[in-house]
Design a protein around this ligand. Structure first.
Ligand SMILES: [Zn+2]
Length: 140
């Protein structure tokens, strides 16, 4: 998907449908390869913030993914002292981790999300972030 189409999709989102999108204003754990998350408090906490996978439609990656990964690697774009976890961190589509994301859309309210697989923890974990239009950055 190109960035113009992405921005257009984001602008088409409808009012709230009851999906848990506001739990994903900053990056949050979505899915892991661990099966028994109920067995620990940490797992439970993550499940509470979960978005049922069936609620979202996978629209695939950005067209510029491979090129942007080659150009930027693991470099993030975080101006003004913002950090990775900030709700205000720009959704810089040409930088890590956004350039490596698949684009998802809520089947009910059309809210747009980005998801990538974080490999640096104990288990690979898919993280999800809700895309608010004012946060999109085309900085290259
Ligand atoms: Zn929704």
């Amino acid at each position: 998907m190109n960035v113009e189409t992405f921005k257009s999709l984001v602008s088409q989102a409808q009012p709230d449908c009851g999906c848990n999108k506001t739990d994903f204003q900053s990056w949050a754990a979505w899915r892991t390869k661990t099966r028994d998350l109920d067995s620990t408090l940490w797992g439970k906490k993550r499940l509470e913030a979960n978005m049922p996978a069936g609620q979202l439609e996978n629209l695939g990656p950005f067209d510029h993914r491979d090129e942007a990964i080659k150009a930027r690697g693991y470099t993030s774009y975080l101006p003004n002292g913002l950090n990775y976890w900030s709700k205000k961190a720009p959704i810089a589509v040409y930088f890590y981790p956004f350039h490596d994301c698949d684009i998802y859309r809520c089947k009910t309210c059309q809210a747009v999300f980005l998801a990538y697989t974080e490999e640096s923890g104990h288990v690979p974990e898919q993280r999800l972030r809700w895309v608010r239009p004012e946060l999109i950055s085309e900085q290259k």
